[in-house]
Design a protein around this ligand. Structure first.
Ligand SMILES: Nc1ncnc2c1ncn2[C@@H]1O[C@H](COP(=O)(O)OP(=O)(O)OP(=O)(O)O)[C@@H](O)[C@H]1O
Ligand SMILES: [Mg+2]
Length: 584
């Protein structure tokens, strides 16, 4: 996706306009102030002509001097106000882009995120949006005000002397042709530079996200090399863009010098023949001088826009990733709500079109209430069953139903509100212990939290910690032990009082005492809720009301422990080796 064609879909400027539209009033005000600044500047040569005229005719110059001073001071004040308003608007445009992009990224489909690098997506929100600031101020305003000032200056020049204007225009058009060749190169280099920043973000995220593994593997030098390579690529491309931008800027500068010299020569000749007087030549030269700023502005705007366009294209690519529909959050079920039933009917599923099928027609039914255990060899597709129930992915064919209603008919927030999910690797987010517990149910009251802490045996830990529930757990909960993380994840799910609890047991994280406690908790919960548990321990399996045996994406058998040990050879083997080995 990093190489996607920036031309795909709508043009980049459309997206920019959509970000700018809410601020068009402020932007117009800023542009107007800049224009007034330009206009005030334009009056200066005329006053200068008066002044020279006054001097030539031995008149007092106080009036002209005062007018000039007033113009200069007014010009400065207007200029300052204008640039403040514009910068502020530009920041608002960046804010708008960041808000809409971050909302969108949170709604991305899990399948879409599987195919991207989170670090690269991060770079799009942080680094690429920043580039919109310059596009809004320098580029858009530069083009607007610079363009208008340019036209106004040219008109004034035409009024003063059309012949000299023709000379100036010839030089300007020549320079414009050269610029037309340079500009696309700036765009290409900018895009590659930003892509490299994205690669760097991805590499950083990869390394910092698993720093212990990197250190334990002695892989620092290799990770370092990858980071440096991305940084250097960004440098190379930015330098390339800088080279072409410099060439563009200096082409404009050179054109103006040429125009100045040519006007001086041709104008001098015209003064000699008496076609114009010295005052007119001086005024025209001042206009040429004043032309410099708007031309630099327009050229700067065009080159700057190339960087912005590259960033916009990257933002646009992110906005083209498939996302879940925006929906209002749904309320959590009330604690006494009816438990949910689950049914899979001939579900076939693969993670992507170019990957092999993981589920080859999975069928099972789980009634409301009670505990159902899923067992099977590693890779059988047990966790995938849970991902499908949460609708992180949609099945290729077949049907999944909750409460007898197809998942496709559920509003996503309502579906997920009914479910409490404890993932296999029990993720804990950085922040406080309380943040983590309340993540799934911010409204849970203190009594509820205390009760859940007790059932998950976290009360001892909380009592030991000097800051109790406010203790920060570190990035991904690194300050907690593996078993503590797991219990936090269970407590978080329980606090939601789900109608369906999905519990993906980790193979071995808990000691015997905590395991027994958790088993009791889950058994207790199963009396009022539907519990699906991917089981890796005999103790879990024996307490289950029914067991679904999965192998290679199919359901082999369903029954109780007692039935399956005699009826299903795979189950008997699992029970004899995997479970028994892990229990007393
Ligand atoms: N996001 C994904 N993208 C592509 N393939 C995946 C993804 N997640 C899992 N798989 C593949 O799907 C298959 C089933 O995975 P799943 O996690 O459901 O297995 P499991 O039965 O839970 O195994 P375990 O007992 O080891 O947890 C595996 O072969 C795995 O490689
Ligand atoms: Mg699994």
């Amino acid at each position: 996706m990093t190489t996607a064609d920036p031309q795909s879909g709508q043009p980049a400027w459309r997206l920019l306009l959509s970000y700018i539209r809410p601020h068009r009033g402020a932007l117009a005000a800023g542009a107007l102030l800049s224009l007034l600044t330009g206009a005030a500047g334009l009056l200066l040569p005329l006053v200068a002509r008066e002044l020279i005229d006054d001097l030539a005719h031995d008149r007092a110059i106080t009036g002209a001097l005062l007018a000039m001073s007033g113009l200069v001071v007014g010009n400065t004040a207007l200029g300052a106000l204008g640039s403040y308003v514009l910068r502020r608007t530009a920041e608002s445009v960046v804010l708008g882009a960041r808000r809409s992009l971050s909302s969108y990224l949170l709604r991305l489909r899990v399948a879409a995120v599987d195919r991207t690098e989170p670090g690269d997506l991060m770079a799009r929100i942080t680094s690429d949006t920043t580039l919109l600031r310059e596009v809004t101020t320098d580029s858009l305003i530069g083009l607007g005000t610079g363009g208008l000032t340019l036209v106004a200056t040219l008109v004034m020049m035409g009024v003063v002397d059309p012949v000299l204007l023709g000379v100036t225009l010839a030089v300007v058009v020549g320079a414009g042709t050269v610029l037309g060749l340079i500009v696309p190169r700036i765009n290409r280099a900018s895009r590659q530079a930003q892509d490299a920043v994205g690669v760097m973000g991805a590499a950083l995220e990869r390394t910092l996200g698993a720093l212990r593994t990197v250190k334990a593997s002695g892989a620092e030098p290799r990770e370092e090399r990858a980071l440096h390579e991305a940084a250097e690529e960004s440098w190379r491309q930015s330098v390339r863009a800088a080279k072409w931008s410099a060439a563009a800027g200096n082409t404009a500068g050179l054109a103006m010098q040429l125009a100045f010299i040519t006007v001086l020569a041709v104008g001098g000749a015209r003064v000699a023949t008496g076609a114009i007087d010295v005052g007119t030549l001086v005024a025209f030269l001042l206009f040429v001088f004043y032309l410099m700023a708007p031309i630099q502005q327009v050229v700067g705007a065009v080159t700057q826009y190339q960087t912005g366009r590259a960033a916009l294209a990257r933002i646009q690519d992110a906005l083209h990733l498939p996302a879940e529909p925006a929906a209002r959050p749904a309320p959590l079920p009330s604690p006494g709500a009816e438990p949910a039933s689950v049914a899979f009917r001939d579900v076939r599923f693969r993670y992507a079109d170019d990957l092999p099928y993981i589920h080859h027609g999975v069928t099972f039914e789980v009634p409301a209430r009670g505990m159902t255990a899923f067992v099977g060899p590693s890779g059988a597709g047990k966790t995938t069953v849970f991902s499908l129930i949460e609708r992180f992915y949609d099945p290729g064919s077949g049907e999944i139903a909750l409460d007898g209603r197809s998942l496709a008919e559920w509003e996503l927030p309502a579906l997920r509100a009914a479910i409490g999910y404890v993932e296999q690797d029990a993720p804990v987010l950085s922040g406080s212990l309380r943040d983590n517990l309340l993540l799934g149910n911010p409204q849970a009251d203190e009594a509820d939290v205390a009760a859940v802490l007790k059932t998950t045996r976290l009360d001892g830990l909380v009592a030991r910690l000097p800051n109790g529930l406010e203790t920060l757990v570190g990035h991904r909960g690194t300050k907690l032990s593996g078993g503590e993380r797991q219990r936090v994840a269970v407590a978080r799910a329980l606090l939601r009082h789900p109608r369906l609890l999905l519990l993906d047991e980790a193979t071995s994280q808990l000691d015997a005492v905590n395991e027994a406690a958790l088993r009791d908790t889950v058994a207790e919960v199963a009396r009022t809720t539907t519990v699906l548990v991917v089981a890796h321990r005999l103790s879990t399996v024996t307490t289950a009301d029914r067991i679904v045996v999965m192998d290679a994406g199919r359901v082999r058998a369903v029954g109780t422990h007692r039935e399956l040990v005699t009826a299903d050879p795979l189950y008997a083997e699992l029970a004899a080796t995997q479970f028994l080995a892990a229990s007393d």
